[in-house]
Design a protein around this ligand. Sequence first.
Ligand code: FAD
Length: 495
Amino acid sequence: MVQQAIPIERIERFEAEFHGDLIRAGDVRKSGAPSSPSERHSRSADADYDDARSVWNGMIDRHPALIARCRGVGDVISAVDFAREYDLLVAVRGGGHNVAGTAVCDDGLVIDLSEMRGVWVDPDARTARVQSGATWADVDHETQAFGLATPGGAVSETGVAGLTLGGGIGHLRCKYGLTCDNLVSVTLVTADGDYLTASEDKNPDLLWGLRGGGNFGVVTDFEFDLHPVGPDVAICLVFYSGDRTVEVLEAYRDYVADAPPEVSLLTLSGVMPDEDLFPTDTVDELKIAIAGCYAGSVADGERALAPLREIAEPIADFSGPMPYVELQRLFDEDYPDGMRYYWKSLYLEGLSASAIDRIVYWSDVAPSPLSTVDVWQLGGAIARVGVEDSAFAGRHAPFLLGVEANWVRPEDDDVNVEWVRDCLEDMRQFSDGSVYLNFPGFLEEGDDMMRSTFGPAYERLVALKDEYDPTNLFRLNQNIAPSENARVDSGECHE
Ligand code: FAD
């Protein structure tokens, strides 16, 4: 454990410099009566240790040696310097919602930003500065006070940081682009402990890489462009019987081909057994939902979304005007903290009849009624950004397939993980094989998948990694490994 390798005086110095909480693993606490200030601290902080190490996905059960819960940039610099000095495995925690649990590690140091949640809106400039521990609920609350929004994710409890650095696909995407397309600037602490700004004027190449490539340091602040949205928007949330899945997916495909850019939709196929939403005779049956919104006037939106509500006789239809902040929270309760999750994704080249047939099949054989096979509409503003203008890979695709296994009991882990993997393997025939890097369930794909997903951008990302993180200090992510020739000033390159 790290405590054996690091002199206690150095931990005490780190603690003395640190303004946030330094939360330690229980092994120090078990050593008997406290004999030094740091041991006393660890005993009192230890009460929070299990809370502090837990992340959204209940599949993840890791025990870091230290959790550095930062209060500001100075704390982040101290934590990065400490990790580099002792060659610690580092995890960076924003909102803690990464499906693979990359916000926490065994034995190493977690740099936890969850107390840095400030959001400052400039309504005249239509920008917001957001600290990197904020969630989308924090951002929407502040920006909607001025009738503004930036495209976030579809669940408000998700962290801004991870979602933005991986791209960001939300309810405003076809009108206003990905979250990372709305990034004006980023401030971050690099592996050397330097504090940098990345913007169109300063370190523009780094900004290019951070738009979808993550990887290059601990972000402390994001600055986003804002757009007029709401307070109400027209939403579509209509459920049809699973018997109509083919018909619904064909109608959805044809509709989005000509849809106005204000419309961003996805479909979800699964049982979704919610007794409050569905008539008793359909609760346990397969269903397909079309969900999304129109980012414009409510009246225009209701007109534009109407055809999606008339594909067949719905089981339930909750479409209509809704406050934008409520839309952003609409799916929150479907993803409770601590349940078990394993997700994967694949960009689809289209929705052919055979692709639709396979979606019907995989939805039907899902082992858990809480699981869904989703088809996200892409295109619009996402496709209007040039493929070389950001590191984000996936602008070419018309649809994104999301395969979400959601279940409760640990004894069902294997069958659920296997369902996702088998489904993905089968669906590869309808894809070029590239994936959306924010959805993978475990970090198992490795270097080949990163190369094939980023394509020509990969070498440029490696060059940035060589420049800003040549020892791969930040590697618990969808990792771009530095090249073997990376400049290394001290220590060895990590595996
Ligand atoms: P964390 O687990 O805190 O961090 C994830 C990774 O991001 C970390 O490992 C680290 O590498 C990096 N990171 C975090 N903070 C920083 C930082 N300050 N500096 C540098 N690196 C950092 N994605 C979408 O695009 N659209 C959606 O609608 C959407 N919905 C989701 C709904 C749920 C319920 C969940 C669980 C996920 C959803 N996602 C969605 C995926 C989401 O984008 C990723 O899970 C993302 O990693 C979450 O970010 P986070 O900050 O909460 O994660």
